[in-house]
Design a protein around this ligand. Structure first.
Ligand SMILES: Cc1cc2nc3c(=O)[nH]c(=O)nc-3n(C[C@H](O)[C@H](O)[C@H](O)COP(=O)(O)OP(=O)(O)OC[C@H]3O[C@@H](n4cnc5c(N)ncnc54)[C@H](O)[C@@H]3O)c2cc1C
Length: 472
């Protein structure tokens, strides 16, 4: 975009949101060119609206002038979705940060898109209510970003993912129309489920400005246990043994040996370094006796399955220590090597042991460190390929390994992404998973809603000709 174009756009945006909320200085806009991946591209302009009406006015102008928009919440995404491409400006929703209602009768919360997820959870919990989806980034991501990626988290094993809680959305369509879809009723099957369509749309269909989520009662008791295994196969088989036993844990998380080493190098909490796999179990409920019994039963099943040690957190402080190890994984990997390519495959539970075996074999084959962790109870694993982008030879091996991981997931009946979305990172692999017909249908939906293609261009849909997936 030429300096004159930027100046013209700046004055148009300032007329809508006020000059203080338009950024064009390089030192300001550069921060909006990143997310949690290694992709980066500085936008020419960032606009920070303070109301839905302002978002709609921005869209109307952008649609008429064919200016591309990349919506952005907190920029913690792990698939490159909020990295602006093709001259796209960034529309940040951080100022839309009000919790508008928490209704104890309807059991809903209504929040603007920029409300930090942890703040929403804390606010509803003060009223004895519960919003379960808990991405590990809950303190660094916003509800609008969670909806747009259909985020998951550890508790989603028992409680489901973001889309299971989205009752209504306010979305500004590309042409500036303010669409309200869904409502507060528990049941609603009137017409197509548009709120599900916009959930996980990754900013390609419009800007989400307001979200109404379903709430539950907060469970009164919770327990955490850790099972330590010498063999990965024993750990993965234990996951299925626990799930087959009738006990439904809140979460089952995997930490493999490479991941444990990274955590201990970064924030030591006493994880064993000679074990191949650690499983972290959460249980919760309203009957303390049942919660304790379930936790003990999980420990027994793990022991039968080959665990060499079971640690049950004696209190909330020790439990929090275990979960903080889990949340520390991402930053600790970042310290080990300059870059990481974080994958997010999901497979049916029956395929979990085989998927874990294949990832470890792929790591050996390509001579790469691939820490394996994730929401293993959901079959949702995060093999993170550690690398240095400046090393061209290593990046060739990374590309080969990533492709083989995707192929293995699809071959085992799984999918490219369980929760992080496609964005830039996985778009070249979409056809492998979905096939041409589903992609063509999605393309027609995109074209119907966004005929001028202004919303988050360059994302989700594969580039023709199969361009290199991991370079910008
Ligand atoms: C340490 C760490 C741990 C993580 N753990 C998890 C996890 O456990 N589970 C999980 O699911 N994810 C996880 N993530 C990934 C990330 O936090 C989630 O994808 C999160 O939902 C992104 O929210 P955000 O507010 O940062 O959105 P952003 O990164 O700003 O945006 C994500 C996508 O949504 C679009 N978007 C953002 N806001 C809007 C809007 N208002 N309207 C329309 N489109 C919009 C953007 O264009 C982009 O495509 C983790 C990330 C990190 C860094």
């Amino acid at each position: 975009m030429s300096p004159d174009d930027v100046a013209k756009l700046r004055s148009a945006m300032a007329a809508i949101v006020g000059d203080a909320h338009v950024l064009t200085a390089r030192e300001d806009v550069i921060a909006y060119g990143f997310d949690g991946t290694f992709f980066a591209n500085t936008p020419p302009l960032v606009v920070l609206p303070g109301s839905t009406a302002e978002v709609a006015a921005i869209h109307r102008y952008a649609n008429a002038e064919r200016v591309a928009i990349t919506p952005r919440a907190m920029g913690s995404g792990l698939s490159g979705g909020s990295v602006p491409l093709e001259g796209s400006i960034v529309l940040g929703v951080a100022r839309l940060n009000a919790i508008l209602a928490i209704d104890e009768i309807d059991r809903v919360a209504v929040a603007q898109a920029g409300v930090i997820t942890a703040n929403l959870q804390a606010a509803v919990e003060r009223k004895g209510l519960f919003y379960p989806p808990d991405p590990s980034s809950l303190k660094q991501s916003a509800i609008g970003g969670n909806v747009s990626e259909n985020a998951g988290g550890a508790r989603c094993l028992k409680y489901g993912v973001t889309v299971d809680y989205v009752l209504a959305l306010e979305v500004v369509l590309p042409n500036g129309t303010i669409l309200r879809t869904g409502g507060r009723s528990v049941k609603n099957v009137t017409g197509y489920n548009l709120r599900a369509l916009f959930t996980g749309a990754e900013g390609t269909l419009g800007t989400v400005t307001e979200v109404t989520v379903r709430l539950l009662s907060k469970p009164r008791y919770a327990r955490t246990a850790m099972a330590i295994f010498d063999r990965m196969d024993d750990a993965t088989n234990t996951v299925n043994a626990v799930l087959a036993s009738g006990v439904l844990p809140t979460s089952i998380e995997l930490i493999d040996d490479t991941t444990a080493r990274c955590i201990e190098d970064n924030t030591p909490i006493g994880l064993p370094l000679d074990a191949q796999a650690i499983l972290l179990f959460g249980t919760d409920g309203n009957d303390e006796r049942v919660v304790v019994e379930d936790t003990v039963r999980i420990g027994e099943i793990a022991t039968t399955g080959g665990a060499r040690e079971i640690r049950i957190a004696p209190n909330a402080v020790e439990a929090e220590k275990m979960w903080s190890a889990r949340r520390a994984i991402s930053p600790s990997l970042a310290r080990r090597r300059p870059n990481k390519l974080g994958e997010d495959i999901a497979v049916p539970r029956s395929a979990i042991p085989e998927m874990a075996r294949r990832v470890r074999a792929i790591a050996t084959k390509y001579g790469l460190e691939i820490p394996l962790f994730g929401h293993i109870g959901d079959g949702n694993l995060h093999p993170n390929i550690l690398c240095d982008r400046r090393n061209a030879e290593e990046m060739l091996r990374v590309t080969g390994a990533a492709r083989e991981i995707f192929e293995a997931a699809v071959d085992l009946g799984g999918t490219l992404s369980g929760e992080h979305g496609i964005g830039l990172l996985k778009k070249q692999f979409m056809e492998l998973d979905l096939g041409p017909d589903a992609i063509a249908l999605m393309r027609r939906i995109k074209d119907a809603i966004d005929p001028n293609g202004i919303m988050n261009p360059g994302k989700v849909f594969p580039d023709p000709g199969g361009a290199d997936a991991f370079h910008l």
